[in-house]
Write a protein that binds this ligand. Sequence first.
Ligand code: TYM
Length: 326
Amino acid sequence: MKKMLTGLQPTGIITLGNYIGSIKQMVENQGKYESYIFVADMHAITVNDDKRNLKENTRSLVALYLACGIDPKLNTIFVQSQNEYHANLGYFLECNSYFGELSRMHQFKEKSKKSESFTVGLLTYPVLMAADILLYDADIVPVGIDQKQHVELARDIAIRFNKRYGDTFVVPNPEIKSEGTKIADLLDPTIKMSKSNENQNGVIRLLDEPEVIRKKIMRATTDSEMLVKYDPENKPGISNLLNIYISITGKTMEEAEKEFDGCNYGTFKTKVADVVVEKISEIQKKYYEYLNSDELDKILADGREKSREIAKKKYELVKEKIGFYN
Ligand code: TYM
């Protein structure tokens, strides 16, 4: 059985973009692969943030995973920082990565511009991500398009290491669903929907009140054409809403376009809001049940054991391949 691994950072604000680009794919892939789903909490400390609340946000993210339908019987769910092999392997991989390639990563270029100084962790972040993936022999890594370059780097590092030391790592593939590759901000559909966008009225959070979600969708930027048609270049707002609609309903773009043929934008937005609110309300109901349960802590304790056992084997193999004294 092929293996799949993916994870999210526990930022405290999980967006509809995260859900469509990542969590939903995890749920759809259940049972198809041996699956590892984790909380990328060590990635969350690469930028300084005093209000980080790692503990609470980690539990919150796991409760969301479960509420979205990730079944702990079909997936190993764990927390990155509870498994020391991620950082340990990360160091070995750093010694097989180059400053040039890391400094060319889009995310690094973007984030390092934001302040005068940035941490070395921000630069080496994709190498830690490669370690996350390579420890578990993951063939498939479902992500949104913004993480594609990082998965490609993990591929390059795996190929390079295998060449240098002999077969050690499975070479991973990013899996990107075309409709969910990038959910855009509702107010500025030329940028990605992200928890760090300045105006949060364009960002749907999975824990927003249903009425807030409805308002955000009703105020989404459109155009003056009055035509519900998928055309990302000329109609980015409408195309984004269509994208959201088909991702949630499972309809095809043609079906959606047909459904809204001749429809005015108000009616179209109401329909989009209906399906989003229904889905998110369902998730929220389960979220609060999981958040307050001991089951969650038990799932993470099991995940810690299982993930450490697997990661340790790969880590020991890597040490042997490099030739350390044993
Ligand atoms: P993170 O936490 O920024 O985002 C989690 C996932 O959500 C996707 N995503 C989106 N997809 C569509 N539209 C959007 N607007 C949108 N915003 C976010 C991201 O592409 C991602 O798949 N570095 C990763 C976490 C990570 C990881 C890993 C992932 C660490 N190690 C190993 C896979 C494998 C990150 O920061 O994702």
